[in-house]
Design a protein around this ligand. Structure first.
Ligand SMILES: [Zn+2]
Ligand SMILES: [Zn+2]
Length: 310
């Protein structure tokens, strides 16, 4: 497209009179990087090489924030630039000015419905992009979580599970990131390394302060706050997922009601299973955490031996 043609179009639309060249460039580079997010919101019949005429709401919201353009300007400028954007390949970008493009996006691991009773006539559709905070061994970062939807059986697909008729079915295996609340995803190794108190405390003192400026830069509505409750929920979920994976079963829990009680039934089953079948670890004996105190001459106990606390 010739620049003069574009300029004429811009001139015709009052919403675009205040648009600057840098906003224009930013708009093109950002939306070119968001192609996948734009595509997944289209109908499954939409050809991949044709840019859609309307942007999904979540992408519009993101572009408004990132380019400081108004909602109307973003909506008006898209049909003018969509062809340019579609031909634009993100790998040709210089990435220095685009910190927020590095944002992680977590998708459901499947693009087709897993419900056995579903006719599976169509692919899953994107319904929502939610803003979350992801906690990893290396710190925390803002991220998007994409929800997909099955039009045939009305199942909702999240990053870790799908929801059908009020029941939440976790996908098989252990995912890298576990979503423990609406806006919180945690890398599972983070929980394995320490206790709940330590984990949230170490994390908050080491990473949270440093990371909060990044969250400010991209206009994220939440700052990093990894609480003990998150870590405990995560621990319970991890135990249940491991347990089910070892028996080649899927974890199914209620999706409705209080978040605190979601895991109760599964925990109860898990405990009963151990009561009936025993546990490999039950025969484990070692003095790894044993402490021996000996009384000295005055009768005061003195720590004599502690294997882990030498
Ligand atoms: Zn379905
Ligand atoms: Zn031991």
């Amino acid at each position: 497209m010739l620049l003069v043609v574009l300029l004429k179009w811009l001139e015709r639309n009052p919403f675009l009179w205040t648009t600057t060249v840098s906003q224009l460039v930013l708009f093109i580079t950002l939306s070119a990087n968001l192609k996948w997010n734009i595509i997944v919101a289209q109908s499954s019949h939409h050809p991949l090489d044709v840019p859609p005429s309307i942007l999904p709401d979540s992408v519009v919201a993101f572009l408004v924030k990132a380019t400081s353009m108004s909602l109307e300007s973003v909506q008006c400028i898209w049909p003018l630039l969509n062809d340019i954007v579609w031909d634009f390949h993100p790998e040709t970008l210089c990435d220095a000015d685009l910190t927020f493009l590095a944002l992680k996006t977590l998708y459901p691991p499947t693009n087709c419905c897993e419900n056995m009773e579903c006719s599976r006539m169509s692919e899953l559709h994107k319904v929502e992009a939610c803003q979350v905070v992801v906690y990893t061994l290396n710190g925390c970062e803002p991220a998007w979580v994409i929800h997909l939807y099955c039009k045939d059986c009305h199942c909702n697909y999240h990053h870790n599970y799908y929801v059908c008729d009020g029941w939440r079915t976790y996908y098989k295996g252990i995912p890298t990131f576990l979503q423990v609340s609406e806006h919180c995803c945690v890398e599972w190794q983070l929980v394995e390394i320490c206790s709940a108190t330590n984990c949230s405390m170490i994390f908050m003192t080491t990473f949270a302060h440093e990371a909060s400026s990044v969250f400010g830069d991209v206009g994220w509505p939440f700052s990093p706050t990894l609480s003990m409750v998150h870590v405990w929920d995560m621990f319970v979920l991890l135990v249940l997922l491991h347990d089910h994976a070892s028996r080649d079963e899927v974890l199914i829990i209620p999706h409705t009601g209080d978040q605190r009680n979601h895991f109760d039934m599964a925990m109860q089953e898990h405990n009963e299973w151990i009561v009936y079948h025993g546990q490999d670890e039950i025969d484990h004996y070692c003095d790894g955490w044993m402490r021996v105190y000996e009384e000295d001459q005055d009768g005061t106990p003195e720590l004599h031996k502690s294997s882990h606390l030498k």
